[in-house]
Ligand binder design. Structure first.
Ligand SMILES: *Cc1c(COP(=O)(O)O)cnc(C)c1O
Length: 374
């Protein structure tokens, strides 16, 4: 059997080790320290737009703290893009709030502005204005930022921008991760850069960042004794792992270029296969192409292709199963137009790592061409 080709595996630059060594040499083996501060500064320099970054233990923790900063609490309703990974929605439930799922549009596969407005109007009419909107840049493709934020503004509802998959993407030349009232990044092992596990919350002012750090370090009041007047969490990032992040930030732009090249390679290779469709970047959008995805004609073909690729030891994955289809969310209100269900049936994520070799990507394209007899 030929070697396994993974969907998206960690890709170290070699620059990480010196930051990790520094943590060991200085004994900063703690969830704070110079690498944490340095990593936060690196991300701030990268994002610009006056962003204030707190490094956390995961993207999920960042979403959780973000909802708390937006004052989401028991009995509230929070609108969430249905087509996403479950980590976008779970923290809504941690807060005792109810997720309200909204479907996607075709151009970016992300939350649909029309469905969003329908949902907001209906929730208000039913007696509760949603407390926040969780919008996601799926697979690195920016959601329709202008349209979504216009609707949010019209009803004065804050946006939590889930940019876990979109570090390095831009919309009208502004970096994703800076659009939300609160924004979130992830450095999980499969993301475009990684700290093995980690995340960050991005806020628009220093006070909110300080509040996030306070909550993430057990909410210890400023006092000599251990004094607590709110419930805290243990959500800060380790100084050792932040060292990996510092090394990864040095090569982020290369990683984006490599992933975009994968996408272009697939697109060019499958030009002659009429059955396959790709989603192009709408005008003004620049995707990091975290994962290269394509649409097949049907669920049956998608499944057959996935299993066929599996026999070549090539890992692929259906697109995220929409949250409104998940057993755990079966009772959650939803506003649907059929788009995310259709994408889920037909879509497949292809191996997309920035460390794919030419030989590996050629194995993938020739296996797919063989399947379609192209
Ligand atoms: C990965 C991911 C998260 C969660 O990030 P973790 O660091 O794995 O907790 C949240 N939302 C989306 C869309 C993701 O892909």
């Amino acid at each position: 059997m030929e070697s396994k080709i993974w969907l998206s595996s960690p890709h170290m630059s070699g620059k990480e080790q010196s930051y990790i060594n520094n943590a060991f040499e200085t004994n900063w083996i703690a969830p704070l320290g110079p690498n944490v501060n340095g990593f936060e500064a690196d991300i701030q320099d990268y994002l610009k737009e006056d962003s204030h970054v707190a490094a956390l233990s995961s993207g999920t923790a960042a979403i959780h703290l973000g909802l708390i900063l937006l004052d989401v609490g028991h009995g509230d309703e929070v609108i969430c893009q249905s087509k996403t990974f479950s980590a976008s929605a779970n923290p809504i439930v941690y807060q005792g709030a109810t997720p309200i799922f909204v479907d996607s549009e075709r151009d970016t596969w992300n939350i649909c502005p029309e469905q969003l407005e329908i949902a907001i109007k209906d929730r208000i009419q039913k007696g509760k204005k949603p407390k926040a909107i969780v919008a996601v840049h799926l697979y690195g493709m920016p959601y329709k930022v202008s349209e979504i934020h216009k609707v949010a503004k019209r009803y004065d509802i804050p946006v939590l921008e889930d940019s876990a998959e979109a570090l390095g993407s831009t919309y009208n030349n502004i970096k994703c991760g800076t659009f939300g009232d609160i924004s979130v990044l992830s450095f999980n092992g499969n993301k475009i850069i990684t700290t093995s596990g980690g995340g960050a919350i991005v806020t628009k002012n220093i006070k909110l960042k300080e509040k996030a750090v306070f909550l993430a370090t057990q909410a210890r009041d400023k006092a000599v004794e251990y004094l607590h007047s709110s419930i805290g969490f243990n959500y800060r990032l380790s100084n050792v792992l932040a060292g990996i992040g510092r090394g990864q930030m040095e090569v982020l732009d290369d990683r984006v270029a490599a992933r975009r090249q994968n996408y272009q390679h697939y697109k060019d290779s499958f030009q002659g296969i009429e059955e396959l469709q790709f989603v192009d970047e709408p005008h003004g959008s620049f995707s990091n192409r975290w994962l290269s995805c394509l649409l097949t004609p049907s669920k049956a073909i998608r499944e057959e292709l996935r299993l066929e690729l599996n026999t070549y030891n090539i890992e692929t994955r259906p697109l995220w199963k929409p949250m409104h289809q998940q057993p755990i969310f079966k009772d959650a209100p939803r506003y649907l137009n059929g788009v995310s269900d259709d994408l889920f049936e037909k879509g497949l994520c292809l191996p997309s790592g920035s460390n794919l070799t030419e030989n590996e990507i050629n194995r993938v394209t020739s296996a797919i061409k063989t399947y379609f007899r192209a």
